[in-house]
Design a protein around this ligand. Structure first.
Ligand SMILES: CCCCCCC[C@@H](O)CC(=O)SCCNC(=O)CCNC(=O)[C@H](O)C(C)(C)COP(=O)(O)OP(=O)(O)OC[C@H]1O[C@@H](n2cnc3c(N)ncnc32)[C@H](O)[C@@H]1OP(=O)(O)O
Length: 716
């Protein structure tokens, strides 16, 4: 590649009699530029003057075959220096503001003269030369300006307050000149050199002094001034054969109020200080528009929160079949159950998403917004204090199986429960057409954040309901896995409380606890299995209260009571009999009237599997197993109209209403009338069996399996 040349360019270098300035002048001249070597010839404290320094460098350039003239003006008379260039060479293309002096004093001892002189040379001098050259640059549509700053300016340095202020002032000057010149191809950059020079010869250690050769920095400055270089408005640090760009970064910061009509309290600033100053995630700010743009966005947010009468944030939740399947695995769905394959296999002809999956968009909205963290005035808390207290989920419209849901979260109430604060957050979710399809309400219980003087009882919580005062109609039991939380957290709740033993201890638990939403997913899945033939489309709404924690590996028993289309339920940990979900219910579109019949009609279901299914149900609640077959069916459907004469063909896995066309090998038969008596508990099943009202005929082996269930020794 060809050398970068400056032929026919006129370069002005201030303070070029020695050090960095001299190195610049020599380099530019060696690449074809005509150079104005400016130097007042003073001491490094700005005292005295002589033409010797500039003349020496001019001679050196000429000796090497280059072109240069000397200029002895002070930079404060910048226009005279530029005039030297124009008078001698007819133009000026590059201006390097390099001249500088030191008046080092500890801050308390700086006199006005020390301050003024340093500012005059560095800041005013650069202003004067640049202002003189600027119109020429603009007219010719080309110009390159260098300001010389210092690490003392960027970071401060003991004894250099005057110098630091002037050097940082040059960064500001350059930033604006860069903006004003950009359209005319007039670029201005800042060099932050660390070089051995007249200014530093007795300040830097000798071994460093020899390594900090100005010649190692000069090429960086020369490149910045070449017509091919498009850098503009940048601060470039260079030393010892290294260069890098410095820039301004900003932390993500924090909102200090929730509504635009709110003020900002000193306490709010204190409480947010960690977040305000957290530089672990920073954004680079390049322009004043970027700097103010983020502030405008915050204001907009506050304004719209105000309009909505509460804080409301929009969060987009994108998901695919894979997310739904991962979730289903996380809440215990298994291919071991034929009816659950549809939740786990996207190619299934009836692929379905478990309804409780749709709490996830709401959860994300709660986590992504700062709703929760700003909900309790003057309080900050960690995630380990946050327990999931209650959840309500309602399906309003058609739910996508994959795609995007946009959710808006709003804190509607914060209740002071003494031992904690209950934060009630409503989340509405919309499909891609903007239609409302889901409603969630989350009650988070923030431990230790109570007693803030708020109301104890609110009006906005969707109520929990008491369970009916009778034995459960159906109970289903499932064991969670030791890895349940490890699996479930992959669906988006990475709260360390559920996986990290140390974090669990910090939160006051012996070991990590299961996500409340995981227990919810298990429970509702079991309710759907018992009363909706595992059909997610029949789900309408559910409400639960998480009353005690669950530990991964524990066994969940879901007790269910059917009342019309509502199934009340509670979830109990079998190992300790704790009710972990209470006051709960699932509302269904309809109850599947013949779930057992459907099951029995499944052609590939062998009779043994039917028995296993029945036995499983009976084991779960022996008291309810007053009968098998018809009564069991009644217990499932709770529909008396369906309680007709049922005949179960156990061998062929079929159930008949009324008499079968072909006599099946094994049947279980009961009349309508006796069925009703049994169902109402007015007829004891053993008695019914003994009296021949409940008949089992056919396959003796299968029939024998039924005998223990009926608790009878009756001979078949
Ligand atoms: C979609 C967004 C998701 C947000 C996700 C949050 C992050 C998740 O990672 C966190 C989790 O999943 S945590 C796991 C699931 N949750 C739990 O295990 C909590 C179980 N519950 C408890 O331990 C207690 O009920 C406990 C500790 C909560 C309360 O017990 P106590 O302090 O003993 O309170 P108590 O004396 O029984 O009652 C005091 C008042 O509080 C009300 N209350 C009790 N339990 C509540 C609960 N679970 N939710 C809401 N309110 C509850 C009581 O009614 C009482 O108020 P009042 O006297 O007015 O009736």
């Amino acid at each position: 590649m060809a050398d970068l040349r400056f032929d026919d360019r006129v370069v002005v270098v201030t303070g070029a009699g020695a050090g960095l300035g001299r190195a610049y002048a020599l380099l530019f001249a060696s690449r074809g530029a005509k150079v104005v070597v400016n130097d007042l010839g003073g001491g490094r404290h700005g005292d005295g003057s002589s033409s010797k320094a500039a003349d020496g460098v001019v001679e050196e350039i000429r000796r090497n075959g280059g072109t240069a003239v000397a200029d002895y003006n002070s930079v404060v008379d910048g226009e005279k220096i530029i005039k030297t260039a124009v008078d001698n060479f007819g133009r000026v293309d590059v201006l390097i503001n390099n001249a500088g002096i030191l008046r080092d004093k500890s801050f308390a001892k700086i006199s006005d003269a020390d301050w003024d002189l340093v500012h005059a040379v560095h800041l005013k001098g650069s202003f004067k030369t640049t202002q003189a050259a600027f119109p020429i640059f603009k007219r010719q549509g080309y110009g390159r300006i260098i300001m010389t700053s210092s690490n003392s300016g960027l970071y401060g340095n003991f004894g250099q307050a005057n110098y630091s202020a002037a050097k940082m002032g040059l960064v500001g000057l350059a930033s604006t000149v860069a903006i004003e010149g950009a359209r005319s191809n007039v670029y201005c950059n800042v060099i932050v050199p660390t070089a051995a020079s007249r200014l530093t010869e007795d300040i830097l250690p000798p071994e460093l002094y020899t390594e900090l050769k100005p010649e190692l920095i000069a090429p960086v400055v020369a490149y910045l001034c070449h017509e091919s270089c498009q850098e503009n408005g940048s601060v470039i640090e260079s030393a010892a054969g290294w260069a890098g760009k410095c820039t301004v970064v900003r932390s993500n910061g924090s909102l200090l109020r929730t509504k635009i009509t709110d003020g900002v309290s000193i306490e709010a600033v204190r409480d947010k200080w960690e977040k305000i100053t957290d530089l672990s995630k920073v954004e680079r700010v390049n322009t004043i528009q970027e700097a103010t743009g983020a502030l405008m966005a915050s204001l907009e947010g506050l304004r719209s929160n105000q309009e909505e009468n509460g804080e409301e944030d929009s969060t987009s939740y994108e998901f695919t079949n894979k997310d739904a399947i991962l979730y289903a695995l996380g809440v215990g769905a298994s291919v071991a159950k034929a009816d659950e394959l549809k939740f786990l296999y996207e190619q299934h002809e009836d692929f379905q998403v478990l309804p409780t999956f749709y709490v996830l968009p709401a959860m994300q909205a709660v986590f992504m917004s700062n709703n929760l963290e700003t909900a309790i005035p003057g309080r900050t808390f960690s995630l380990t204090q946050v327990l999931h207290g209650e959840q309500y989920l309602e399906v309003i419209g058609e739910l996508p199986q994959e795609g995007r849901l946009v959710s808006k979260a709003k804190v509607v109430e914060v209740l002071d429960k003494g031992s904690g604060a209950a934060v009630i957050i409503n989340v509405d979710s919309f499909n891609e057409n903007g239609d409302l399809v889901l409603r969630n309400q989350t009650v988070t219980f923030v431990l230790g954040a109570g007693n803030f003087g708020g109301a104890r009882n609110g009006t906005k919580i969707v109520a929990c309901l008491d369970k009916p005062k009778r034995r459960p109609d159906v109970s289903v039991t499932e064991k969670t896995s030791l890895d349940q939380a490890a699996l479930y957290r992959l669906s988006g709740d990475a709260n360390p409380l559920h996986i990290d033993p140390n974090m669990a201890l910090v939160a006051g638990f012996d070991k990590p606890i299961l996500h409340g939403l995981c227990t919810l997913g298990f429970s509702v899945r079991m309710v759907l299995g018992a009363f909706a033939s595992h059909n997610a489309a029949l789900f309408k709404a559910c409400k639960v209260r998480f009353s005690k924690p669950v530990v991964p590996g524990q066994t969940l028993r879901v007790n269910m009571w059917r009342e019309d289309k509502r199934v009340h339920f509670e979830t109990v940990v079998v190992e300790n009999n704790n009710v972990v979900i209470g006051g709960a219910y699932v509302d269904l579109q309809s109850i599947v009237m013949q779930p057992l019949a459907n099951k029995l009609s499944t052609p590939d279901l062998k009779s043994d599997a039917i028995f296993e299914f029945i036995i499983e149900q009976v084991k779960a609640d022996p008291n309810k197993a007053k009968s098998v077959g018809g009564l069991f069916l009644y217990n499932i459907t709770k529909d008396k109209k369906q309680a007709k004469q049922w005949t179960m063909d156990l061998k062929n896995a079929k159930v008949y209403q009324g008499a079968p066309e072909q006599k099946p090998s094994t049947t279980l038969t009961i009349s309508d009338e006796d069925f009703m008596l049994l169902a109402e508990g007015k007829l004891n099943p053993q008695t019914a069996f003994m009296k021949g009202k409940l008949k089992i005929t056919g396959n003796i082996m299968l029939a024998q399996k039924l005998a223990p269930l009926l608790k009878t020794n009756a001979k078949l």
